[in-house]
Design a protein around this ligand. Structure first.
Ligand SMILES: [Cu+2]
Length: 307
């Protein structure tokens, strides 16, 4: 019954079902008892109630039963949690890097991937690293989830038991596109894993174009998506050459997005307001970006053709 996709799944499921069973038993039991007493001890059919205080027997019963229950829950919880923090010495190491809003996986020697490929039946230790804010590394099928916190070396480990693809989520709200911070883990035969790792280019880092790094570091992507999603501001997808309506001095005009328009939109966002968006959300970047940086950003925006 309790076979999970990782070695740790069964323990988590057992503790969960134990707690759920206790909760259901008492919810149903107490509710049924209450309804029964309402009928059985109805005021109209019975003599007036007698008040009495103090009962050592009752006190002992309602202290002992919950105490035993919470100790049982603690025992099972601890028994199944403790192994999750004890990484086997032969575990393979992979670093999961969380950033707004994507995961990447560093296999060492400059090999970095956007999906997590793992050999089946081999213990893996995930070192959890964040470059910006708190994230949560969560693989539901494996029943593993840990916080990913800047400048704190958190980790988790597991053994994937079956080949297949499993979802990876971010479980900690980390900004506008938090819900899109998903990727996959692919569990494959050890031989296929070796082949895959050998063919992964050792780029040292997933190279972000300089313009993209600027967009990320300056915070533009908090308001502008690269993939077509409408956020606080219009998407950057296929922006270059696009014709659209802007409101300039209260009049609607159609413009074509070119270098001059982009420069003016970055330096003086209040001048032309894209129709359907609000004035005053975007601050002018006049003193914050150099001309050279703006050129890099525009060069990058030209590459977002959106095909
Ligand atoms: Cu996140």
């Amino acid at each position: 019954m309790f076979e999970g996709a990782s070695n740790l799944a069964a323990g988590v499921d057992r503790s969960f079902i134990l707690i759920l069973a206790i909760a259901v038993f008492f919810t149903v039991g107490i509710t049924a008892f209450m309804i029964w007493t309402v009928f059985k001890y109805n005021r109209k059919k019975n003599k007036p109630a007698r008040q009495f205080t103090g009962s050592v027997t009752l006190e002992i019963i309602w202290t002992a039963i919950p105490l035993i229950l919470v100790l049982v829950i603690f025992f099972y919880g601890w028994k199944n949690y403790a192994p999750m923090r004890k990484v086997p010495a032969d575990a393979m190491q992979v670093t999961a890097i969380g950033r707004m809003w994507e995961w990447s996986f560093d296999y060492g020697n400059g090999k970095i991937s956007k999906i997590l490929v793992l050999p089946v039946d081999k213990a893996v230790k995930m070192n959890l690293h964040s470059v910006d804010v708190n994230h949560g590394f969560f693989i539901p099928a494996f029943r593993v989830k840990e916080d990913v916190i800047p400048s704190y070396n958190n980790y988790l480990w597991f053994i994937p038991k079956f080949k297949g693809e499993y979802d990876i989520f971010c479980s900690s709200y980390c900004g506008l596109q938090h819900s899109g911070m998903n990727t996959k883990t692919k569990v494959v035969d050890p031989a296929d894993f070796t082949l895959w790792l050998d063919s992964l280019p050792a780029t040292g880092n997933i190279p972000d174009a300089e313009g993209l790094t600027l967009l990320k570091n300056t915070g533009c992507i908090a308001c502008h998506s690269l993939d077509g999603a409408k956020l606080v501001g219009p998407t950057f997808q296929a922006i270059y050459g696009k014709k659209h309506i802007v409101i300039t001095d209260g009049k609607e005009i159609e413009i074509e997005v070119n270098d001059a328009y982009l420069i003016s939109s970055i330096l003086d966002p209040g001048k032309d307001i894209v129709k359907g968006f609000n004035k005053g959300m975007m601050q002018p970047y006049r003193d914050k970006l150099s001309d050279a940086q703006i050129t890099l950003i525009i060069d990058y925006l030209k590459t977002l053709t959106g095909k």
